[in-house]
Design a protein around this ligand. Structure first.
Ligand SMILES: [Zn+2]
Length: 451
């Protein structure tokens, strides 16, 4: 073979031989690494809502077309009966351990408070390929979170920086002199690829006001940082007589700022007569964004169901996952609640992909556009009888449920618990059956696809 390619005659002879081969022998080098075939694609960013094939080459979306031949791909996944969507985006998650020192064996490390952050890659189990940490760390602790979690995760991790320098560690979200807007903005500008905004939360919800703790201190400081760094602010908020919800969303928040936990118990979403509060539409008209931020204490059906019935649907779905709720919550579970409330699936996917991408100013995410990073969710809609719970321990019954069957992050299959992408074991290639030993190095896997 080597001799042939050295001479013109040899090259010509090769060509003759190739032309004479059957067509299937020619398809030795597939154009695509991965092909999701026959799935119902919902890609609101590109107005796609139809049965369509999606092909991936290396880490990028390579083609989205009606009919891509299976022979053109190294790995083909039958997605018929399933939904194929851009990898989901969850803009309210808590990762990491809470800001303890990197050295867990120092006395200080041993004394740290119980971790409230979940392992970042847990999000992959719900079809989520991008999470945004919602203020677990501040300017003082961000680097630690970056080194320990963000830089090591498979899931893409972005962050809202807490206005409080020490983040959520140790109750310091109450200490106003820890809210350094200048330092906050400097840190955001230092990590523009990761930090997408500012977060303020949990500030002075019951205690009497004093000289340090004025009603709007945390909100004003967060806005000061958001304005200086030119990024949105995410608000977790508790209304009080001197600090109304109307003033927050109609005066304090800037266009593009995000109110998370919108269906928490403390917000006047409904008027006494059950009608949706008109301040929500007023706020939306000025560009304020509403986010779910379900959490362990921020989602009540008594607000959500009447609001959705009156067509008020939060702009983005999100979990507020932390160690206090990850056993009962996931993004697909939050989405399922809205599906069970009657919101169309396409609309829910929009609020879990393109909408959050726009909210965090990352329009390249949440889409299946050709050339973009191949982040994909394969979802299944189950029909049956399902119970859903809220944070007041009340139940809502539903007939539909959404589950994630497969997650692809940058072209790698990172979640496939039922083996959609795997060969039935008896049909695996010979090396799968090898026992590791001399001449048979481990691991003996059924394929070489990156997972
Ligand atoms: Zn939170």
């Amino acid at each position: 073979m080597r001799e042939w390619t050295k001479t013109p005659l040899g090259a010509a002879a090769s060509l003759v031989i190739i032309l004479g081969m059957p067509a299937n022998t020619l398809a030795q080098t597939p154009r695509y690494d991965l092909l999701l075939k026959g799935g119902h694609v919902i890609d609101p960013a590109n107005h796609v809502d139809a049965v369509t094939d999606v092909a991936v080459s290396k880490d990028k979306i390579a083609a989205v077309e009606k009919e891509i031949p299976a022979s053109q791909a190294e790995k083909v996944v039958d997605a018929s009966g399933l939904y194929v969507t851009p990898g989901l985006i969850d803009i309210h998650v808590h990762i990491g351990h809470g800001g303890a020192p990197l050295d867990w064996f120092t006395p200080e490390g041993r004394a740290h408070t119980a971790p409230y952050g979940i392992p970042a890659d847990l999000a992959l189990q719900a079809g989520v390929t991008t999470i945004v940490d919602a203020g677990s760390s501040g300017a003082e602790t961000f680097l630690l979170e970056k080194q320990e979690v963000i830089d090591r995760a498979k899931v893409r991790v972005l962050a809202f920086l807490n206005i409080v320098a020490n983040g959520m560690q140790g109750g310091l979200e109450q200490t106003v002199d820890q809210m350094d807007a200048e330092r906050c903005a400097e840190t955001i500008k230092k990590y523009p690829d990761i930090i997408v905004g500012v977060k303020t939360a949990h500030y002075w919800t019951e205690e009497p006001w004093d000289a340090e703790h004025t009603p709007w201190a945390a909100v004003d400081k967060a806005e000061e940082c958001g304005t200086a760094a030119n990024v949105p602010v995410m608000f977790d908020f508790w209304p009080r007589p001197d600090r109304s919800y109307a003033e927050l969303i109609l005066k304090k928040m800037r266009p593009g700022d995000i109110h998370t936990h919108v269906f928490a118990q403390q917000f006047p979403i409904l008027l006494p007569d059950g009608k949706i509060n008109p301040i929500l539409a007023e706020a939306r008209a000025r560009g304020v964004i509403f986010d779910v931020g379900h959490g362990a204490g921020s989602f009540w059906f008594r607000s959500a169901v009447p609001a959705v019935k009156q067509s008020f649907i939060p702009d983005s779905m999100s979990t507020d996952l932390h160690t206090g709720n990850f056993t009962v919550l996931s993004l697909t579970e939050v989405m399922s609640k809205f599906l069970a409330m009657g919101v169309p699936l396409e609309d829910i996917i929009r609020r879990s992909t393109v909408n959050p991408a726009q909210e965090i100013h990352r329009p390249e995410l949440g889409t299946l556009s050709v050339g973009k990073e191949a982040d994909i969710a394969v979802l299944e809609q189950l029909n049956g009888s399902f119970g859903y719970v809220d944070c007041g321990f009340a139940r809502m019954d539903g007939k539909v449920k959404l589950v994630a069957r497969m997650t692809v992050r940058a072209g790698r299959i990172v979640w496939d618990p039922s083996g959609l992408s795997m060969v039935e074991w008896e049909k695996a290639r010979p090396q799968y059956f090898n026992m590791p030993g001399p001449g048979h190095p481990a691991p003996a896997k059924a394929d070489d696809f990156p997972r």
